[in-house]
Design a protein around this ligand. Structure first.
Ligand SMILES: [Zn+2]
Length: 74
């Protein structure tokens, strides 16, 4: 538990999403090998395809939704 590794556990989601940069990615993989907690969490994350989908959608779609329809003047 060195002070330089800020909550490596918290990188699980970022790792699953593939948004870590290469240094962090490798550092986390090293952590993952020795951390059963993260292995379990990573498995849980990958069993929820909707989660990753939602994030990808959020990134690629622009915010033109049904909200605009609500604003139609009568
Ligand atoms: Zn961990």
């Amino acid at each position: 538990m060195s002070p330089s590794s800020r909550g490596a556990h918290e990188d699980v989601a970022a790792y699953a999403l593939g948004v870590l940069d290469e240094a962090d990615h490798q550092a986390f993989e090293r952590h993952l090998m020795s951390c059963e907690e993260c292995q379990a969490e990573l498995r849980e994350l990958s069993e929820v395809p909707g989660l990753l989908d939602a994030v990808r959608k959020d990134r690629s779609t622009s915010l033109t939704g049904p909200l605009d329809d609500d604003r139609t003047p009568r």
